[in-house]
Design a protein around this ligand. Structure first.
Ligand SMILES: Nc1ncnc2c1ncn2[C@@H]1O[C@H](COP(=O)(O)OP(=O)(O)OP(=O)(O)O)[C@@H](O)[C@H]1O
Length: 259
């Protein structure tokens, strides 16, 4: 069917508008464990097609926040909307590629069998599975080790396989909890290049937690979390200006990361 020019421009406009929408919308979210409040009422918007970094000292609530976004943990109050759907929503499973902080892998299986397992869960055809497995393995440089059992993988190889699994279903959103821990600097560079390409060319939204300041510098926007609250939000340059700091390391120390 051919679209008339007015229909065409309307369609383009709508796509532009939807491209600008927030991919993740968090409102007044809170969470406590026993009597300890880990996430204070917290609101934040994560724009589509951006790399958003979540930074903060150990124990400030980054993983807890992420687990609530992916629907693995229920908040005590408040709400999360991802791609216009209220979490939890089973249809979001294929839209979000999640890489947890600790690797959840089948160690008795090979890398390829792990990837096959997750690809089948997403209902991919055999030919799709082959294309996506080859792509994901290549990105994390595991192509030559795919047929080795995961129990023989090093810590860094396991992290890389977890990242490949997060990419397997070609999700719109990638949520990566400290993805480059244990990964050597050269591969880290190439993973970052691919994350930037995924954003620029494929319109992915990427939410990443990190303690590594040179990674934080590469994010479009960062949210600094302290004791369950977002204490600063902005581009790396804006945050440094706000804290009168020469580097994000200095900001980190100023917000209490040095404790
Ligand atoms: N299931 C749980 N039960 C009880 N307390 C928890 C649970 N999960 C997390 N916590 C506590 O909540 C706080 C925040 O933990 P969280 O893992 O979110 O921090 P984080 O910022 O991701 O830390 P790190 O940078 O070290 O990974 C910590 O004090 C932690 O002990």
């Amino acid at each position: 069917m051919k679209l008339k020019s007015t229909e065409c421009s309307l369609k383009l406009n709508n796509e532009r508008v939807s491209g600008l929408q927030n991919a993740i919308h968090i409102e007044e979210l809170s969470k406590s464990f026993k009597r300890k409040r880990v996430i204070k009422p917290l609101s934040v918007q994560i724009e589509s097609q951006k790399i958003y970094g979540l930074l903060g000292p150990s124990g400030c609530g980054k993983t807890t926040l992420i687990k609530m976004i992916v629907g693995m943990m229920k908040p005590d109050a408040g709400g999360i909307t991802v791609l216009g759907k209220r979490v939890p929503d089973a249809s979001l499973l294929s839209e979000i590629g999640y890489m947890a902080q600790s690797d959840a892998l089948y160690t008795e299986l090979t890398g390829r069998q792990n990837l096959e397992f997750f690809a089948k869960l997403y209902g991919m055809s055999k030919s799709e599975r082959k294309i996506r497995i080859d792509y994901a393995a290549e990105i994390v440089q595991l192509s030559n080790d795919l047929d080795v059992s995961v129990f023989a993988y090093s810590g860094g190889m396991k992290r890389r396989l977890s990242l490949a699994i997060a990419l397997i279903q070609n999700p719109k959103i990638l949520i990566l909890d400290e993805p480059t821990v244990g990964i050597d600097p050269l591969l880290k560079q190439s993973i970052w290049k691919e994350l930037e390409r995924l954003k620029a060319e494929e319109g992915k939204t990427i939410l990443i937690t990190t303690h590594v300041m040179d990674e934080a510098e590469r994010c479009d926007k960062i949210g600094m979390l302290r004791e369950g609250e977002i204490v600063a939000i902005g581009t790396p340059m804006e945050i440094k200006a706000q804290y009168h700091a020469a580097s994000l390391d200095e900001v980190f120390v100023k917000i209490g990361g040095g404790h």
